[in-house]
Design a protein around this ligand. Structure first.
Ligand code: COA
Length: 540
């Protein structure tokens, strides 16, 4: 496989100014990540109270369970960001993939310093998404439970619907039946919805003095039955481990609980992160030939200036080697075989607007990967499919649809990273959220919407004025319409707006992307070959 030649001039003023702008973006990302960890109104008070009760903070808990020095792929850290006056930093829950005795597990851990670990809509979505990732990737789940259940003031948005609280229990029961262990440690007052997580687990550990499980807490019991009962007498560790049998083990400290949890994990006999099923081709990994830091200077701050996606690929893949398919045809899509952390992968990356030829080339390549059991990585940076009469005559609608159909039916694991624009049907053809990539990450410079704010401003203003059917409109009124539309599109296409709503699995830095993808590919490699049935390759 040939190495991609470097065409980047690191001494240029454009490279320097891009790097400076991107570093500012990364500072903003780091600040907002920190806010999810310990920010928010009265958060310090909650953290102090948590510590005052001798309890460990949520990320430290995960650290105490995972293998020393092992990676942890945290998901959707900024879920809920900017919503509900930022009252739910991190959506009150931490999810991610960590390694215990060499085996990857999905961690689902409540953050009791955010509204008592109760879940508002983005929190429940994050919980459900973590379970779906676990199921698809064959991961057992470790629940570190410290939750007041549903966030009651918004009960209509977290309780009754399909993917609400009930959906988490449904998933738990189904995963257990599918042989994916569900283990819980109870570390706080787990009430109602919070109680069913341990109750539905295969094995449960309770920490005496802090862990409690009850369907109704002391205030409800008093109101309903007139019984006055202390929390530990109603649902403490001793009661549940020695009397009711809701819990299987009781320990005195969190440290003991995590030691025991590691022992339970050891007895579940799952495949380690290094065990491959043989269907995914793997060789010893090599670092890229060029530094990932270059990406910060390659991505133009002014999105109207294009750059060559090959230069980004060269900074993500092993030894920057890339076997490009159809390099002379369909220039605004780049496709080819390469390796990331030793795992073979087929990359599809945009170099701008998608024309008919590009759509057909991508379709052909998706079929090749499907035929050969090679996972697919989509690097999205497109304003969408080409419009205009020439394009329509050339059949862009059917050619784009072929690409969408091929993406939908590819049975190999798919991964998507939004490295720039993700607009219109380009989002679909390039395996957006609706097309079930196993993981979808976004860079902080990305944008996602039906169309760019510039275009929306023109299109929607014309529609609005057309609807007024000749009614008198002043220049000021038109300017007002324009600026309202632009502001709406700019706000809603912002990557923080997107990640807050879990349209992705997290914003990540270009500098961490290779490692994150390496972990995702390693998870897929532990599973049996997914491809069955039709593997036809049609020449496009
Ligand atoms: N819905 C809404 N808010 C909740 C909540 C819930 N289910 N559970 C906790 N909170 C909020 C509290 O109002 C408080 O908010 P504030 O910081 O703005 O004052 C914050 O979480 C911390 O709660 P607090 O009771 O002070 O903390 P605690 O550590 O002493 O107790 C719980 C935590 C979870 C044991 C306790 O809050 C509780 O029992 N909550 C009610 C649980 C319940 O009935 N759930 C039914 C779900 S179907």
């Amino acid at each position: 496989m040939r190495r991609i030649a470097n065409t980047i001039d690191r001494m240029s003023t454009l490279f320097a100014s891009n790097t400076e702008a991107y570093r500012a973006d990364l500072d903003t990302l780091a600040e907002r990540m920190q806010f999810a960890i310990d920010g928010g109104r009265n958060r310090q008070r909650s953290i102090d109270r948590h510590h005052g009760r001798g309890k460990v903070l949520v990320r430290d808990r995960i650290d105490m369970v995972t293998d020393e020095g092992s990676p942890f792929l945290e998901l959707s850290t900024l879920a809920g960001f900017g919503q509900e006056d930022n009252e739910f930093p991190g959506a009150g829950i931490v999810t991610g993939i960590g390694v215990v005795h060499g085996v990857p597990w999905m961690f689902i851990a409540n953050d009791a310093t955010v509204k008592g670990g109760s879940l508002f809509p983005a929190g429940i979505k994050k919980h459900v998404r973590a379970q779906d990732i676990a199921l698809e990737n064959g991961l057992g789940c470790l629940y570190l439970v410290d939750s007041g259940g549903a966030f009651l003031p918004m009960q209509d948005e977290v309780f009754p619907d399909r993917d609400h609280f009930g959906g988490t229990f449904y998933r738990q029961a189904r995963m257990s039946a599918a042989g994916l262990p569900q283990l819980s440690v109870v570390l706080g007052g787990c009430t109602a919805g919070g109680a069913y997580v341990p109750a539905l687990s295969d094995e449960v550990i309770m920490v005496e003095g802090i862990g409690r499980i009850f369907l109704g807490g002391p205030p409800i019991v008093k109101a309903a039955l007139g019984e006055v009962v202390a929390p530990d007498d109603l649902g403490g560790a001793a009661l549940h481990t020695r009397q009711s049998g809701v819990s299987d083990y009781m320990v005195q400290t969190e440290a003991e609980a995590y030691g025991l949890l590691r022992e339970l994990c050891e007895n579940t006999n799952k495949r380690t992160i290094d065990e491959r099923q043989g269907w995914l081709d793997w060789v010893e990994p090599e670092a890229p030939a060029y530094p990932a830091e270059d990406i910060l200077g390659i991505i133009n701050e002014d999105t109207r200036i294009p750059y060559d996606a090959r230069q980004v690929i060269a900074r993500l893949v092993d030894d920057s080697r890339f076997a490009e398919f159809k390099p002379e045809w369909g220039n605004s899509i780049v496709v080819g075989f390469t390796r990331i952390w030793g795992h073979q992968v087929g990359v599809i990356a945009n170099n701008g607007i998608i024309f008919s030829e590009d759509a057909l080339k991508a379709t052909h390549f998706i079929e090749l990967c499907n035929q050969r059991s090679v996972p697919l990585l989509f690097l999205q940076n497109t304003t969408g499919y080409m419009v205009g009469r020439d394009s329509e005559v050339g059949g862009i609608a059917k050619n784009g649809a072929k690409m969408v159909a091929a993406v939908s039916n590819a049975q190999v694991p798919k991964f998507t990273v939004l490295i720039g624009g993700s607009y219109g049907a380009g989002n679909y053809g390039m395996c957006g959220r609706g097309f079930d990539p196993r993981f979808l990450f976004a860079w902080p410079n990305s944008r996602i919407a039906t169309m760019a704010a510039d275009t929306a401003e023109t299109v929607l203003t014309d529609i609005r004025l057309g609807g007024m059917k000749g009614a008198e409109t002043t220049d000021e009124q038109i300017a007002e319409i324009r600026s309202t539309i632009r502001a709406q599109y700019e706000e809603q296409s912002d990557p923080y707006y997107a990640t807050s709503r879990l349209w992705d699995d997290g914003l990540i830095s270009p500098l961490d992307t290779r490692d994150a993808l390496g972990m995702c590919l390693a998870l897929a490699a532990r599973q049996d070959a997914p491809v069955t049935g039709d593997r036809i390759v049609y020449r496009m």
